[in-house]
Design a protein. Structure first.
Ligand code: 2HG
Ligand code: ZN
Length: 475
């Protein structure tokens, strides 16, 4: 267990970091003590905002000497309370937001080096600046930071082709729990010197060290891209369509996002300025983005041909292709607003789950029927990354005044039911959001012993004092 910080430690940190890097003013701390969904609230004794790696090392070193817990935080967009301090008030909040420089961009190595506090949309811009791109995107791109993306092994809406963060991190710089610096911002594509510490830190949720910078892989910009919206009868039809489109485009489908009628309906009702993409509503929809390399037939042509054929065959019920950048953005906005529309609509239980891709259509239909039958009034909204076998199987509480009581009385039974079905389908109870505080119990309950024991041993070896992001993953 971590210790509370002493007055001596606090004043030492204040001297070290100066007025811009240290605050105990409740007004400065307030925005960062609650997660963005308002589900978790914590207490911290001070907000530390270092601007250099040396400062992070000094902070961690001092906290290690006195056994004080540190909660790293970037854009505060965690879906599982992973960046919210514990309620006990004994930890220090370590914001990486001031470490926000892009240290280098290299065309010949096809990579850039960004500090932990760089926001994802700036990574996109920097890559574009040299005619390349960073192929990972998500709705929170305007606030999610590199450190958090690395530490949660973030996924998002482009995993289908280039994989999650794990496959895009070439090197890392991180301060380990004893204050030492792991410094391998390497551009190496091959490196087999023993255990891969970089991959251990990716997805560790700040429990094994503080990521301060990452080398990120870039890919070629496409010659053209096309965005379409299609209405279908079922998730099964959607998966069939995906495989056909992949065959047609030579695996150049970059996004294939499932949106059920109830999610689209929420967006159209709750998000100003949105419009229905097709003439009539359909039970299921997909947003598709496909690309084509320079010199090849434009992506819009290939996608159009494939969709016309799919409509003729009855696989797709209706479809629309964006004919301008503005239209493409409007379609993307529908997809990216689902989470926010759901939040505005009322409380929901979030289940970020995965099962084998081939099993997902059946899982969605069966699990939805089972949950809605057992919990009358609750509504399942299953949307997201069908091609990755990952949907957000969210359960909205019955509407009206009884919602909060329902969550309290039935919420954990409903979540257990979903997770048990996921485990029975050989799936994962956390596909892309991590464990944080929200999933600790189910993580401990459902993980195979060998997996848990090995992870605990790693945590114990690297962070024996338990000062790194206390209360997340393990105690
Ligand atoms: C998404 O895919 C995010 O939009 C959020 O992962 C999912 O709100 C959610 O459940
Ligand atoms: Zn997602």
């Amino acid at each position: 267990m971590a210790n509370p910080p002493s007055d001596a430690l606090l004043s030492d940190l204040q001297t070290l970091l100066g007025p811009r890097g240290f605050s105990r003013d409740p007004a400065d701390l307030e925005p960062w003590l609650t997660d963005w969904r308002g589900r978790y609230r914590g207490v911290a004794r001070a907000l530390l905002s270092p601007s250099t790696v040396a400062e992070v090392q000094a902070i961690v070193g001092r906290c290690a000497d006195s056994g004080v817990g540190l909660v790293p935080q970037g854009g505060n967009t965690s879906m599982v309370g992973g960046a919210t301090p514990p309620a006990g008030g004994e930890a220090l909040l370590l914001s990486l937001r001031r470490m926000s420089s892009i240290r280098s961009v290299s065309e010949s190595d096809n990579m850039l080096v960004a500090e932990a506090g760089v926001v994802l949309s700036r990574v996109h811009e920097a890559a574009q600046g040299i005619g390349r791109r960073f192929p990972l995107s998500l709705a929170a791109k305007g606030s999610a930071t590199v450190g958090g993306l690395v530490s949660t092994n973030a996924g998002g809406t482009q995993v289908l082709r280039f994989g999650p963060m794990r496959s895009l991190v070439l090197g890392l710089e991180a301060v380990l729990p004893d204050g030492s610096l792991y410094e391998e911002l390497s551009a190496l594509r091959k490196d087999n010197r023993g255990y891969d510490l970089r991959q251990l830190l990716v997805g560790a949720e700040g429990t094994l060290g503080i990521v301060t910078a990452a080398s990120l892989r870039l890919v070629a910009s496409p010659g053209s891209s096309a965005v379409a919206w299609a209405g279908l009868e079922s998730p099964e039809a959607a998966l069939t369509l995906l495989r056909r489109l992949e065959a047609r485009t030579g695996d150049a489908v970059e996004s294939f996002e499932l949106v059920p009628a109830n999610a689209l309906d929420l967006v159209l009702r709750r998000i100003a300025g949105t419009r229905a993409p097709l003439a009539a509503p359909h039970a299921w929809n997909v947003l598709i983005e496909a690309v084509a390399p320079h010199g090849a037939a434009p992506a819009a042509e290939t996608l159009q041909d494939a969709l016309v054929e799919a409509v003729e065959q009855g696989l797709v019920l209706d479809a629309a292709i964006a004919t301008s950048q503005a239209q493409a953005e409007a379609l993307w906005r529908l997809r990216e607003s689902v989470s926010e529309a759901e939040r505005l609509d009322g409380p929901a239980l979030k289940h970020d789950i995965s099962v084998p891709v081939s099993a997902m259509p059946r899982f969605i239909e069966e699990a939805r029927t089972a949950v809605e039958r057992r919990f009358p009034g609750a509504r399942v909204i299953a949307f997201g990354h069908l091609g990755d076998g990952n949907v957000h199987f969210n359960v909205q509480a019955p509407s009206g005044a009884a919602a909060d009581r329902w969550l309290e009385e039935e919420g954990s039974a409903a979540s257990s039911m979903v997770y048990d079905m996921v485990i029975a389908a050989s799936g994962s109870i956390s596909a892309e959001h991590g464990i944080g505080q929200m999933k600790r119990e189910v993580f401990l309950r459902t993980s195979p012993p060998a997996r848990l024991d090995a992870q605990r041993a790693i945590k114990q070896a690297l962070d024996p004092l338990g000062i790194m992001n206390p209360g997340k993953l393990f105690d």
